[in-house]
Design a binder for this molecule. Structure first.
Ligand code: IFM
Length: 458
């Protein structure tokens, strides 16, 4: 990339500009107004699972600060807000009786956005599975996918008159691999076979949720959000090219191919052997069509890239990710690689031709502090943001149909196993007082968005 400064005039006039959050990461109020427990309530309360034993019990206390937070979102000048619905807040048992108070909260949220001129983007599943369903096997069993379809129908019927953008799943790779494979996330299982059973039921659940949205919110736009990275070989050797292909299969194609009606990629099915959903006898006739239900957009969560080295005998991928020397890394140790966003978007356009692509998450964590002047000078995050906007602009220039960008995250929040240790917000949250302070990155985003409005029609 030659130019790392985004030009507001070079984005389409009707571009979606937003910020994103998720329910468990910000809401708090885990058992209020009839909400049932989720796997993250259980997991975060299990000793040793999160940094410092942090839980989402209070988080950003968003459940009690809805209006204040809606004003905050409006003050940024975004035209869209992506949030997720807590399944056990709506269906405390995962299926069965609807908790009207839970639905009412999201209804107020949607109305509060609309009255402020902000388009709601609803994610149906951002990892807080009802604990009752996990007790029956969670995503390793097909009945959870069926329950997800029913839950999607409840939400689409209740909100579909006002919500016109639905995302079925957020990052099924994380739910399956981190939740059932490595155990770093809830529900904390360490069984690769179970994680590949989970991938399949998540994708079946996606298909069933698509059907429910089509039936109960006709005309709404719907799609899935995947966490994707562009995979590069560490060297030009054939072996490293093969490793990059395998990492791409593991992270990207394993979800993209079924979502685009192609079923699971054959090279990965062969590599997985007994682990694959086919070998486990989980793929039913008609599943390829179900998982490949036509979508209106692809949601892309992008944070970094992968650099792959061949590593015979290492794991089932025989590949390892390396951290190139001389690169810059965020507080999570993720390489800052904005050019890889351009490469990713262009590649997705060429290989899958989605109707539209939305960057539904992009952001970085650094250990911010509020300075003596009361401001947060997050220069690294600010640069990360502007460079990724420039990378998006470059992808547009190269023919990728990108229709929107959501910064992750609106505000610092509960970063899963990392607790409150990792801050991703463009708004700083003091978790002892709940004070919100716009960071330099937030101001930069706001100023950039104001300039996009100035250039509309120019
Ligand atoms: O905070 C998470 C989010 O919930 C899912 N995508 C990645 C973010 C940063 O780790």
């Amino acid at each position: 990339m030659t130019n790392r400064t985004p030009d507001p005039a070079r984005f389409p006039a009707r571009f979606t500009w937003g910020v994103a959050t998720s329910s468990y990461q910000i809401e708090g109020a885990p058992f209020e107004d009839g909400k049932g427990p989720s796997i993250w309530d259980t997991f975060s309360h299990t000793p040793g699972k999160t940094v410092g034993g942090d839980t989402g019990d209070v988080a950003c206390d968003h459940y009690h600060r809805l209006d204040e937070d809606l004003d905050l979102i409006q003050s940024l000048g975004v035209n869209a807000y992506r949030f997720s619905i807590s399944w056990p807040r709506v269906l405390p048992q995962g299926r069965g009786p609807v908790n009207q108070a839970g639905l009412d909260f999201y209804s107020r949220l949607v109305d509060g956005l609309l009255v402020r001129g902000i388009t709601p983007w609803v994610t149906l599943y951002h990892w807080d599975l009802p604990q009752t369903l996990e007790d029956e096997g969670g995503w390793t069993v097909r009945s959870t996918a069926e329950a997800f379809g029913t839950y999607a129908a409840v939400v689409a019927a209740a909100l579909g008159d006002r919500v016109r953008h639905f995302i079925t799943l957020n990052e099924p790779w994380c739910s399956a691999y981190l939740g059932y494979g490595t155990g770093v996330h809830a529900p904390g299982h360490t069984d690769l076979k179970a994680s590949y059973a989970a991938t399949h039921h998540l994708m079946v659940g996606h298909g069933l949720a698509m059907q429910a949205i089509r039936a109960h919110a006709p005309g709404a736009q719907a799609g899935i959000t995947l966490n994707l990275y562009h995979a590069y070989p560490a060297t030009d050797s054939a072996a490293d090219h093969g490793a990059a292909r395998r990492l791409d299969g593991f992270q990207n194609r394993w979800y993209l191919d079924p979502a685009y009606g192609r079923g699971y990629p054959q090279d990965m099915v062969e590599l997985l052997g007994d682990l694959s959903p086919h070998a486990q006898g989980l793929v039913h006739p008609g599943d390829t069509e179900l998982m490949g239900a036509p979508t209106d957009f692809l949601g892309i969560n992008m944070y970094s890239r992968a650099v792959a080295q061949d590593a015979p005998g290492e794991g089932f991928l025989h590949a390892r990710q390396i951290q190139p020397e001389g690169s810059e890394y965020t507080g999570f140790g993720w390489e800052v690689a904005p050019d890889s966003l351009t490469d990713l978007l262009v590649r997705l356009q060429q290989d899958y031709a989605p109707h539209a692509m939305y960057i539904t998450e992009n952001g970085s964590t650094y250990p911010d502090t509020v300075g003596p002047d009361g401001t947060v000078h997050d220069a690294e995050r600010t640069r990360y943001l502007t460079e990724h906007l420039a990378a998006t602009q470059e992808a547009l220039a190269r023919g990728a149909k990108v229709s929107g960008y959501f910064a992750w995250s609106l505000m610092d929040n509960f970063e899963w196993a990392e607790g409150y240790d990792k801050r991703f917000g463009i708004v700083h949250v003091d978790f002892s007082t709940q004070a919100r302070t716009l960071k330099q990155s937030g101001r930069t985003y706001r100023e950039f968005l104001a300039r996009t409005r100035d250039t509309v029609g120019a």
